[in-house]
Structure formats: C-alpha cells, structure tokens
Design a binder for this molecule. Structure first.
Ligand SMILES: *[C@@H]1O[C@H](CO)[C@@H](O)[C@H](O)[C@H]1NC(C)=O
Ligand SMILES: *[C@@H]1O[C@H](CO)[C@@H](O)[C@H](O)[C@H]1NC(C)=O
Ligand SMILES: *[C@@H]1O[C@H](CO)[C@@H](O)[C@H](O)[C@H]1NC(C)=O
Ligand SMILES: *[C@@H]1O[C@H](CO)[C@@H](O)[C@H](O)[C@H]1NC(C)=O
Length: 606
C-alpha cells in the first residue's frame, strides 16, 4: 500500500531532479535558469513532459486527428495511453509500415482503440471537504428565488470538483494532464481540467462560499506549476504548455489574502509570482514609440493539438510553410488571450477587423488587458515583498509598475475616443473597436488617481455613445458579428466583471451607478437563463434577456465555473435589494414615476 501523499511528493521531487540533471534540448530553455524560491532552487525553464511526444506534435497526432474520429478534436488528446509514449510511438511506426503509410479510418480507429483508453481517466469526482451546505453569503440575499439560485450555485461546486487518481502521480507519462498536488474545481463541459484565467472567478466564488481550503489548494497547484514550467499554461494539459493565459495568479492570491488574512501565503508566493512576471517580460514584450508593452504570443509549432484538424484545414489557404506557421502562431496567441476567437484579433489587408479567422494577427496587437494585468502584477508583487519587509524588491517592482503605467498612458490611452484601445503594430495605429477589455485599466487600477474625474466622464460617455449599457442580456464582447464566439452578440462573465468592477473602482457616483445597473442586469439575465435551461452557461447572449451564447469552435458548454463565481460575487454585493427582474435602477424608477405622473395628469386635465 503506497501513501498517495508520498507519491505526490516523490513525483514532484523526482521531476525536479530530472529537470536539473537533464536540461531540455531546446537551447532557449536550456540556457535560461530561474531562481524559483527563497531556498534558491534552480530549475531549467523546461516545459516538456514525456507524454508531449504523443499529445503535442508529431506523425501520430497528425494521423489520428486528421482521421476525424471524434466530433470534438479535444477528445483524442485527453485519452489515456495504455503503454508508455516511446513504446506507443514504436507500435505506431510498425502500424504505419504495415499499412503502407496509408491506413484507412477503420485502421486508425482500431489503432486508437488498441492503444488508448477513454478520456477523463485522470480524475475522479471529488466533493470538496470544505463545502458548506449553508454558506453565510446566502443569508445576505433577501429575495427567496435568488436565495434558492445562490444555493443551487453553491451546490454546483460539488459537481465541478475533481481529484487526480494516484496513477497520475505514479505514471504521469500515460496522461496528457499536468499533475498537480491538490484537487481542483474545473470549468465544466468539455473543459475537464483546470484553466488559468477561469480560476480567478472560480476562486473568488469559492472564497465567498467559505471554501478557503479548496481555493488555497488551487493556488498552491499554480505555484507548483510555475516552479516546474516557469509560467502557467493555458490549462492543465501538456498540449497547452507552450502558451499561457491572462496572468491572474497574483490577483487570485491577493483575493485569498483579503478573505483569510493569511499574509504568509503571499510572502511565500512572491518569488514565484516574480518569476512568472519576468517570464512575461522576457518573452512577450514589443517596443512601441520607445515604450515596452506586451502582446499575447506562444512558442508552439504547428496546429493546436486540441483543435488540430480545424487549424490544419484553415491553414490550407496559405501557400508556404512560413505563412502556415505564422497563422498557427497567431491562432495560439489568440488562445493565450483567452478570447479565442474574436474579430478583436483580425487585421485584414486594409487594416480593419473585418474578415475571418484566417485574418488573425493576434501577435501584432498590443492588448490593453495584458498590459493592465502586468501592471497589476508588478504592484501586487511590490505589495507582497513589502509584507516581508523587503524594501529593495518592493521598490524594484514599484518602478516596473510605473514604467508599464507610463507606457499604457502613452500608447494605449486614446484622448479622442476617451478610452484605452488595443494597438495595431502592423499599421501603427490604435484599433478603435469596442471590447470590454478597453476598460481593463480601471479593473487593474492601472490609471492615475488624479485623473479619475476626467476618465470617469469620458469612459461613461464612450459606453453610452455605443449604447453598451442598453443590451438586455449584458455587455456584448464586441460589436462585430463574425460568427466567432468572442464576438457579438455573445456576452462573457469575465469581461462583464472587467467593466462592472472597473467602473466600481472609479468610485464616482455616475460610474458606480452604471456598474450597479450592469451587475443587476447580469444577475437577472443569468437567473432567467437558469430558470429556462436549468443550467449555468459559459457564455450568454447580450441581445436577449435570459439568452445563452453560441457560435465558435465547439458546442456551448454548461457548468460553469466562472459564471457561477461571478454571479455569487454580485449576489453578495447586491443581495439585500436585488430581485429577479427589477432591471430598472433607482433613477429610472424615478423617471418612470415622473412619466406616469405626467400621463395621469394629462388624462385628468387633458
Ligand atoms: C481498411 O483497410 C483494411 C486493411 O488495412 C481493410 O481490411 C478494410 O476493409 C478497410 N476498410 C475500409 C472501410 O475501407
Ligand atoms: C522551494 O523549493 C524547495 C525544494 O523543492 C521546496 O521544498 C520548498 O517548499 C519551496 N518553497 C516554496 C516557497 O515554494
Ligand atoms: C476591407 O477588406 C474586407 C475584405 O477583407 C472587405 O470586406 C471590406 O469591405 C474592406 N473595407 C474597407 C473599408 O475597405
Ligand atoms: C476567409 O477569408 C479568406 C481571405 O479573405 C478567404 O479566402 C476565405 O475563403 C475565407 N474563408 C471563409 C470560410 O469564409
């Protein structure tokens, strides 16, 4: 009988030793070393697990994915190996030879059946040990229907809990999952592993639900991943390991400390957070008019393994390997942004956002949100160093934050439009298209306090002119209808939060008013959708009250981690007065009363 905890520790230690003794072949990785923590453990920056041989690239992946055995390409790369990767590769080589390098679909199906097990083998369902039947926040909600809604949402945490089986720690090479020590809350649907930026809203929801231990476990997982990989991959799979996602770990840890006052956790984490920050600075920066700013980008080659056939087929319109690779890189960069996909990342020949996915140029667009989040990271890292009385490091990171803020103001703030805008590096111009992340500096507090009044006025005017506050089902992600899932009319939880919390952070009465009415609308529309569909969705429809989202690469998914987290947070905030359908704010109630009074008076005196 082996103790599972022992296995985990042994796995992590052996893995670290492997990394130390056998640097990865890739020169870029082998020559760079990270000092990870205060005990000065030095790890090569490598992100290759042995199972990458099967799941990240190569002839086997190509052959199976192009055979279109499964409706969703992600299914295959989530299947478990029956034999170790090198042995499987040998079997595959013999298989190909025996079929004269031209196996038919039945042959390939048989090969997969013989050598792989069903997907989802790495996890078992897990009821979090700190789950509460009646979390305190529910009592703050006055309306009985919404109280029931909140209880239902709290119940979903149990459905989304996953724990890795011991075999993953014993035989990580048989799985595409990235092993982590603690159980996780997954988003739901096809997303059966943890995701990076989703976890920000999941963890806040868990904290409000008093599930501090589960939240802490997920944070520790992420820290352990940075210690092994140098950064946090998009999601918990080896095939995601050449790209990240909006880097929100520092902000997650800040949330955790706010709820638990466990400052030591932040102090212990800060060198690792600094390593992640430096990873972005080292690998994602471009220069614009003498300022350094970040773009989303990845370091993979070829199609995304989890959407291999789709990427490969879309690349067919490009006639050279270089152009194909440029497309793959931009696709992967778009995936790193979390907005996969959107006209936000399209630059066509005439420099506009019209066109289709083949116009994706994400690597050539300076994203407002990424820079705002990096500023936020630098500020939080400085704050955590200060908790540890490390004045020198705190000052260093304050300086880094100030530099990023300067760059955001110089390049991304647009005086004419009155908001921040993404910047097109090809045509050297701002991209004047609505995306909620245009307001992300408000969320990350990446703006100058002394300009608050002016920014509040211009940002509110920007939103009102575009009638962004008038959509019945929330804030659309863009105003462009391309058929991609991060375009009109879809409305997504994380970007609702960017605007709702961003306006709140401005603290002016007008901005707080709009924040509140957007928050009400979101909760009420989500509630309506929950009543009609009996489920929480990953995305919604801004154009319909209670409408759910569609479009994009895959079927719409239920669950759903970030949706639940966001509604819980908004219910905590407004639970004492919100009801299922009083979409009208106090001011419009007054307006309504006035209109009614005039109408009554008119009928009496008319
Ligand atoms: C596929 O090829 C195998 C031989 O490798 C053959 O027996 C089988 O009939 C073929 N199936 C189809 C559907 O062509
Ligand atoms: C630093 O690394 C050592 C050795 O791997 C480990 O025991 C320790 O927990 C790590 N410390 C932190 C703060 O991650
Ligand atoms: C830009 O190009 C697209 C095709 O890629 C075309 O549909 C659109 O009309 C053009 N817009 C302008 C302003 O020229
Ligand atoms: C996407 O745009 C390209 C270039 O304008 C065009 O050749 C291609 O047919 C379009 N694809 C689709 C699916 O519309």
């Amino acid at each position: 009988m082996t103790n599972p905890l022992f296995l985990k520790v042994a796995f992590l230690c052996v893995f670290q030793l492997l990394l130390i003794s056998k640097p990865h072949a890739s020169e870029a990785f082998a020559t760079r070393h990270l000092v990870i923590n205060s005990s000065k453990v030095i790890l090569p920056r490598s992100n290759e697990l042995p199972s990458c041989e099967i799941y990240c690239r190569g002839e086997l992946l190509h052959t199976v994915q192009m055979a279109h055995l499964f409706k969703d390409s992600k299914t295959f790369v989530d299947m478990k190996l029956k034999k170790p990767p090198s042995e499987t590769i040998e079997i595959f080589k013999n298989f190909m030879q025996s079929k004269n390098n031209a196996p038919n679909v039945t042959d390939i199906q048989n090969f997969v059946n013989d050598n792989f097990e069903d997907r989802g083998k790495e996890f078992v369902s897990w009821t979090p040990d700190d789950w509460h039947e009646n979390p305190r926040f529910v009592n703050l909600i006055r309306n009985e229907n919404l109280k029931k809604f909140a209880n239902d949402l709290n119940g979903i945490w149990k459905i989304l809990g996953r724990k890795m089986i011991d075999d993953v720690y014993e035989h990580p090479e048989l799985y595409s999952i990235i092993p982590v020590p603690n159980p996780v809350i997954v988003p739901g649907g096809r997303f059966i592993e943890f995701y990076y930026w989703d976890s920000y809203w999941v963890i806040r929801g868990l904290l409000y639900s008093q599930m501090h231990h589960t939240a802490r476990g997920m944070l520790s997982n992420f820290l352990s991943i940075i210690q092994r990989y140098g950064f946090i991959p998009n999601g918990g799979r080896v095939y995601y390991s050449k790209r990240s996602q909006p880097p929100l770990l520092a902000a997650m840890i800040k949330s955790y400390v706010e709820f638990t006052h466990d400052e030591q956790f932040a102090i212990d984490a800060v060198p690792t957070l600094a390593a992640e920050f430096e990873y972005f600075v080292d690998t994602h920066m471009v220069e614009v008019n003498g300022h350094k700013l970040a773009v989303y980008r990845d370091s993979s080659v070829g199609p995304r393994p989890e959407s291999y056939r789709e990427d490969f087929e879309n690349a067919m319109i490009f006639d050279t390997p270089e152009k194909k690779q440029e497309f793959y890189s931009n696709i992967a960069a778009g995936a790193e942004s979390g907005m996969d996909f959107s006209s936000r990342w399209f630059i066509n020949g005439n420099g506009t956002n019209e066109g289709n996915l083949t116009d994706i140029k994400c690597r050539d667009i300076v994203a407002v949100d990424l820079n705002a989040i990096l500023y936020w990271n630098a500020k939080l890292i400085a704050e955590f160093y200060l908790l540890d009385n490390n004045i020198e490091k705190a000052t260093e990171y304050e300086t880094k934050a100030a530099k990023i803020l300067e760059a955001i103001e110089a390049v991304l703030w647009n005086e004419e439009v009155g908001v921040w805008l993404d910047y097109d590096l090809i045509n050297k111009k701002p991209r004047n298209y609505f995306v909620p992340t245009n307001l992300s500096p408000l969320w990350a507090k990446a703006f100058n306090r002394k300009d608050t009044k002016k920014i509040s006025e211009s940002v509110l005017k920007y939103l009102r002119d575009l009638k962004i506050d008038k959509y019945p089902g929330g804030i659309p992600n863009t105003l462009q209808q391309s058929g991609e899932q991060w375009d009109f009319p879809n409305a997504w939880p994380p970007t609702q939060y960017v605007v709702i919390q961003g306006l709140e952070n401005l603290q002016t009465p007008e901005a707080k008013d709009m924040s509140k009415s957007l928050a009400y609308k979101w909760v009420q529309s989500n509630y309506q959708a929950f009543v009609t569909t009996k489920a929480m969705h990953e995305k919604y429809d801004a154009s319909v009250f209670g409408g759910t989202g569609g479009g994009g690469e895959y079927e719409t998914q239920l669950g759903f981690g970030w949706s639940n987290g966001l509604v819980i947070e908004l219910l905590v905030k407004y639970g004492d007065e919100i009801t299922p359908a009083n979409g009208v704010s106090k001011t419009s109630v007054m307006a309504l009363i006035t209109v009614t009074t005039i109408a009554v008076m008119a009928s009496v005196f008319g």
